[in-house]
Ligand binder design. Sequence first.
Ligand code: ZN
Length: 345
Amino acid sequence: MEALVLERKDKLSLRDFPVKETLGPRDVRIAPRTVGVCGSDVHYYTHGAIGPFVVKEPMILGHEAAGQVLEVGSAVTELKPGDRVCMEPGIPDPRSRATRLGKYNLDPAVRFWATPPVHGVLRPTVVHPADFTFKLPDHVSYAEGAMVEPLAVGVHAATKVQVQPGDLAVVIGAGPIGMVTILAALAAGCSRVIVSDIHEPKLELAKTLGAVLPVNVRSQRLADVVSRESDGWGADVVFECSGYPPAMTEIFDLVCPGGKVALVGIPLEPFAFDVSKAQVKEARVENIFRYAHVYPRAVAMIASGKIDVKPLITDRFAFKDSVEAFDFAKAMPSASVKVQIELPG
Ligand code: ZN
C-alpha cells in the first residue's frame, strides 16, 4: 500500500510500503479519510526522535484520524462497513494495571500510532480495535473527526483541573493544543479565557473562539494583564500549553491563591520553577498526558455544536502532496493552526 513513510530524520517519502495486518474478531478495518499533522509527527521528521522514542526503521506517520469502516471482525456488532468513525490512536494492554485502574493513557505498554516502533495511519487502510473506534454523526465531517484527537487533550485537561462555572482561565500558547484547550475551557464553563502567544494571527484567530482576551507577550506582560483582569487576584486556572520553559517559569505568578495549574505542553528540555511561589498559593498542579475515556465526550460536544473545531483547520493538502504538507507544517506560517491531509475515497 502507498504510505507516507519517515525513512529517517529529514527524509520523507510517499511510497509503496507493505504492512501485514490481520483482522481479529474485535477489530475493524478502516480507510482513513482525513489525517491531521501533529507537532509530534513534525518533530519526528525534523529530529528523528522524541525523548526516548527514536525512529530506527522506516515508520508511517499520522495519528489524528477519521475514516470509513471497510470490514468488521466476527465479534463486532456495534460497527458496520460504511460507518464514518474517528479513531483513538493509543491502544493500551487491556490487562495492564494502569488500564484496570481506568488510567489507560498511563499504561507503559500503550501502543500509540506513529510512535516508534508503531506505524501511523497516513496509508489507505488500517486495522484497529473496535473499542477505540467511535462513530461520527452524519453531520460531523471527517475533518472535524480528525480534530477529536487534539481536542481530547484539551477536554482531558479541563476535566482534570475541574473547571468551575465562571472560572477565569489563562491559556499559555495559541498553537493547536492551546486552541483546543480554549474551546474545552469555555465549554467546561469558564467565563473568560486570557490567551498568550507571540504570533498576532494566532491571537486574532483565538479571539474568534468565544470570550477570549488575546495577549501578545512581545508587547504586554501576561502577569500584568491577568492581574488587571482579576482585580489583582489571579486566574482560577492556568493551562500551560506552550512547553516553552521561559513561559512556564511564570505560571505561579498568574494563578490565584488556591488556584489550579494544568501542565499540558510538553517541554523538550527540563525546566525549573519556583516551588515556594506554588506553596504560598497552595496551587494545585495537574500533569496532563494524552487522555483516557474522552473521545465520546469530545465527539458529543462537536456534534451538539457546543464546540466548533472548524476555525482551527487552516490548511488542507491532498494525500499525494503529503510530503509538501509536512514541509509546510515544518515551516508553519504564523497564520496556520492545523494542517490536515485528505486521503482519496
Ligand atoms: Zn496529535
